[in-house]
Design a protein around this ligand. Structure first.
Ligand code: NAD
Ligand code: DAU
Length: 363
């Protein structure tokens, strides 16, 4: 397994890291991981705090000495450049994005602005700030398996699968990936990319399948299953994604792409049945009670049939693999949402958006 401690020395100098989108779901887990494992690194979290950004996700580490939050937009060249100069940033791990497929269908332009324009803007800032010297520099883009399109019944996405994005979200992410590679080829920028499958875990905004359904089961609300429910996703515990990003950041080859996945495919409807089984037990309801909540609804337009990742490159070359089984990860995840009622209530009521005011207006 990847040993974070061993690699510390190798990257001692690359220690002022700008993480974008750190108040979101995956970003907050990544920051928590880096703060814990790399106390010598300075972590700057740049986040615009859109509806998906929630500083309550980072409450447990917000006072850490090596952590600093800055509210700002990745599309603002001067602001980001000043930030990079101020903190002498030598690497960027870029996660900030609009991330929900359904929102991309109703409002594609937001996705173009943040995911494409924002990424190119960040690349331009990095180029302007680093161009004199790319030694010990890194631009790392965290991307998605959705860029590869949709699989049939068989086969897996590998790092050489041709791009075939099919939703506005995946098209915007694919575009960002292409720009990052273009900056490497054209300007010699040191880059790395990873493309990951569906993440699940704590602090995920309850618009995505698992937290939405956990919340709905808890409140006896309908579970809106798109289409016939026979769509397949490959699920990975978010903490394991953070570990994988760490491995790529420290040990991945410059200029390369790593696919990250859970070796864990589930059809939506089977996953929903497993969730119901675990939740009915935890909530003390007779087995299968919550099955009544399943409601088949209109399908997502252009719904991708199947995603599945071949994660053997990162496994074989970097020694990473998932640390938990899906059943364990799901169990921990359900427990977290049931225990953290306040977090869920604040998110569903919108109260979390006042946290920034309370916490940061005193600065
Ligand atoms: P998220 O929606 O939970 O978080 C996105 C964060 O980006 C939010 O905190 C938001 O405030 C911030 N942000 C948005 N626009 C911004 C801007 N213009 N400037 C600064 N900050 C901005 O997303 P997530 O699920 O944590 O995903 C993070 C990244 O990982 C995304 O790039 C996504 O495409 C990718 N990804 C996600 C998954 C998944 O299953 N969730 C899987 C693979 C890859
Ligand atoms: O594969 C990686 C991607 O996974 C990430 O890049 C995206 O940011 C992330 O949102 C996720 O995309 P999906 O579209 O796969 O995730 P979502 O949770 O929206 O949906 C998972 C599956 O469940 C999908 O087949 C659609 C279905 N679904 C979703 C919702 C929200 C439903 O049936 N009902 C629902 O209400």
């Amino acid at each position: 397994m990847y040993n974070a401690k061993k690699s510390k020395k190798k990257f001692k100098e690359m220690n002022n890291i700008l993480i974008t989108g750190g108040a979101g779901f995956i970003g907050s887990h990544l920051i928590r991981h880096f703060i814990k494992h790399y106390p010598d690194y300075k972590i700057i979290n740049l986040d615009k705090l859109t509806y998906a950004g929630n500083l309550e996700n980072l409450r447990d580490i917000e006072n850490a000495k090596n952590y600093h939050f800055v509210k700002g937009d990745i599309c603002d060249f001067n602001f980001v450049k000043e930030l990079m100069e101020l903190h002498q940033i030598n690497s960027i791990i870029h996660l900030a994005a609009e991330s929900h497929v359904d929102r991309s269908i109703s409002n594609p332009m937001e996705f173009v602005n943040t995911n494409v324009v924002g990424t190119v803007n960040l690349l331009n800032v990095a180029k302007a700030y680093w161009s004199e010297d790319y030694d010990n520099k890194l631009f790392y883009l965290v991307s998605t398996d959705e860029v590869y399109g949709s699989l049939g019944e068989t086969g897996l996405f590998t790092e050489t699968t041709p791009y075939d994005p099919r939703s506005p979200y995946s098209a915007s992410k694919a575009s960002a990936d292409h720009f990052v590679r273009a900056y490497q080829h054209t300007y010699d920028m040191p880059v790395k990319l990873s493309n990951c499958s569906n993440n699940y875990g704590s602090y995920q905004f309850p618009e995505k399948l698992l937290p939405l359904f956990i919340n709905n089961i808890k409140h006896n609300k309908n579970l809106p299953v798109y289409g016939n429910g026979k769509y397949t996703r490959d699920w990975l515990w978010v903490v394991d994604h953070a570990r994988a990003i760490d491995a790529v950041y420290h040990k991945g080859k410059m200029g390369e792409t790593y696919n990250i996945g859970g070796f864990n495919e589930w059809q939506n409807i089977d996953l929903i049945h497993l969730l119901i089984e675990q939740m009915d037990t935890k909530l003390g309801r007779p087995e299968g009670t919550s099955k009544e909540l399943i409601t088949y609804v209109k399908d997502r337009p252009g719904h991708d049939k199947r995603y599945a990742i071949d994660a053997n490159k990162i496994k074989n070359e970097l020694g990473w693999q998932p640390s938990v089984t899906f059943e364990e990860g799901l169990d921990k995840t359900i427990d977290w949402y049931l225990k953290n009622e306040d977090w869920l209530n604040n998110v569903t009521s919108g109260n979390y958006q006042t946290y920034y005011q309370k916490q940061y207006t005193k600065q």
